[in-house]
Design a protein around this ligand. Structure first.
Ligand code: NAI
Length: 333
C-alpha cells in the first residue's frame, strides 16, 4: 500500500538522522510519498511561523508524521514547536518504550518498561506571567478530563500489549490538589480495569527506585513535566538518548519522533546515532499496518549492533551516521 507521510526533518542533528531513517525505510521497500515541511527557526525565517499552517494541514490530512528534533530557545524567544504541535493536533499521549537493546552498553539488564506521559497540560500549558518585577507565576494545569483520558490510554495499552501493571507517578503529597486530581483520576479509571494492577509512587521515590531496580516497572503513567524528566532518566538506564523512541498520539493522528533533542554539540559532524528515530519509525510502521517491514528493519538493526558490532560514538563505537546507516541497509533482507 502506498503511504503519504509528513516529514519534519527538524534542525541540529535532525536532518542527519531523518535522512538516515528515510534511506533505510525506502531501501526496506516502503512505498511512500514524503511531504517534507520546515518547523522552528528556519520556518520562522522563511514562512513567518515556527509551525506553519501548511505543516499542520499536511499532518491532519495524512494522519501520520515522522519528526526530527526541533531546537527551542532557552529562557526567551519563540515557544516550543514540539509543545505547540502536540497542542495544535491534540496529541494527548506520549508513548516512550524503554528496553535493553542487546549489544547496547548499559549498567542494567531486564528493563522493559513503557512511559505514558500526558502531553497537553501541566506546567507545559505555557501560562506564565510576571506578577510584579522579580516574581513570576507559572500555572500548572491539571484537569480530570485530560488525566482520565491519559489513564484510559495507559490501561488500554496495557491490555493490548499484555502488560499487567500501571504505576502512576505524582507528587500528590505536596501538590494535593493538582497531582491529587491526577492520582484520583487514575484510580477512578483503574477501577474499570480489574485485570491490570494499579499502584503509585511519589516522583522522587520513583526516580530512586528506577535507578536502583528499574526492571521492576511495567508501565509508568505520568503528568507532562515528570514524564519529560523521567523519560530522559530512563533513556540513561538503557544506553542514552540515542536509542529511545517515542510516539505522540491523538485519537486519529500519530507523530513519531525520538526522545532526544537537536544535539547542537554534535550537529553537522556526522556523529549522530539515528537509532532512536529509526525505532520511532518502526513504531510508525506498526501504526500504519506495516508490521512485517518493521520486523525486518528491527532484525537488521539487531544484526548490525550484535553481530557486526557497528556502533556509533555515543554507544562506545566509532561508526559515523552514514557508516551505521549503510550497515543497516546491507543487512536488510
Ligand atoms: P539533546 O537530547 O539534544 O542532547 C543531550 C545530549 O545527548 C547531548 O550531549 C547530545 O549530543 C546527546 N545526543 C542526543 N541525541 C543523540 C543522538 N541521536 N546521537 C548521539 N548523541 C545524542 O538535549 P539538549 O541539549 O538538552 O537539547 C537541545 C535542543 O533540543 C534544545 O533546544 C531542546 O529544546 C531541543 N529538544 C527538542 C526535542 C524535540 O524536538 N522533540 C526534545 C528534546 C529537546
Amino acid at each position: 500500500m502506498k503511504h503519504t507521510i509528513t516529514l519534519i526533518p527538524g534542525d541540529g542533528i535532525g536532518p542527519e538522522v531523518s535522512s538516515a531513517v528515510v534511506t533505510i525505510l525506502e531501501r526496506a521497500g516502503l512505498d511512500v510519498e514524503w511531504e517534507s515541511h520546515l518547523a522552528g527557526v528556519e520556518a520562522l525565517e522563511r514562512k513567518g511561523s515556527t509551525l506553519p499552517s501548511d505543516l499542520l494541514d499536511s499532518i491532519r490530512r495524512n494522519k501520520v508524521a515522522l519528526k526530527g528534533p526541533v531546537t527551542t530557545p532557552v529562557g526567551g524567544g519563540f515557544t516550543s514547536v514540539n509543545v505547540g504541535l502536540r497542542k495544535a493536533l491534540d496529541l494527548f499521549a506520549n508513548l516512550r518504550p524503554v528496553w535493553n537493546i542487546p549489544a547496547v552498553p548499559s549498567k542494567y539488564t531486564g528493563i522493559d518498561l513503557v512511559i505514558v506521559r500526558e502531553n497537553t497540560e501541566d506546567l507545559y500549558s505555557g501560562l506564565e506571567h510576571e506578577v510584579i518585577p522579580g516574581v513570576v507565576e507559572s500555572l500548572k494545569i491539571i484537569t480530570a478530563q485530560a488525566s482520565e483520558r491519559i489513564a484510559r490510554f495507559a490501561f488500554e495499552h496495557a491490555r493490548k500489549h499484555g502488560r499487567t501493571r500501571v504505576t502512576a507517578v505524582h507528587k500528590a503529597n505536596i501538590m494535593k490538589m493538582g497531582d491529587g486530581l491526577f492520582l484520583s483520576s487514575v484510580k477512578k479509571v483503574a477501577a474499570e480495569y480489574p485485570d491490570i494492577t494499579c499502584d503509585d509512587r511519589i516522583v522522587d521515590a520513583a526516580c530512586m527506585h528506577l535507578v536502583m531496580k528499574p526492571a521492576q516497572f511495567d508501565i509508568l503513567l505520568l503528568p507532562n513535566l515528570y514524564g519529560d524528566i523521567v523519560s530522559d532518566l530512563c533513556a540513561g538506564l538503557v544506553g542514552g538518548l540515542g536509542v529511545v523512541p517515542a510516539a505522540n498520539l491523538g485519537t486519529d493522528i500519530g507523530v513519531f519522533e525520538a526522545v532526544h533533542g537537536s544535539a547542537p554539540d554534535i550537529a553537522g559532524k556526522g556523529l549522530a546515532n539515528p537509532t532512536a528515530l529509526l525505532l520511532s519509525a518502526i513504531l510508525m510502521l506498526r501504526h500504519i499496518a506495516e508490521g512485517p517491514m518493521a520486523d525486518r528493519i528491527m532484525a537488521a538493526l539487531g544484526t548490525v549492533l550484535e553481530k557486526d558490532h557497528i556502533l556509533t560514538r555515543d554507544l562506545g563505537g566509532t561508526a559515523s551516521t552514514a557508516e551505521f546507516t549503510n550497515a543497516i541497509v546491507r543487512r536488510l533482507v
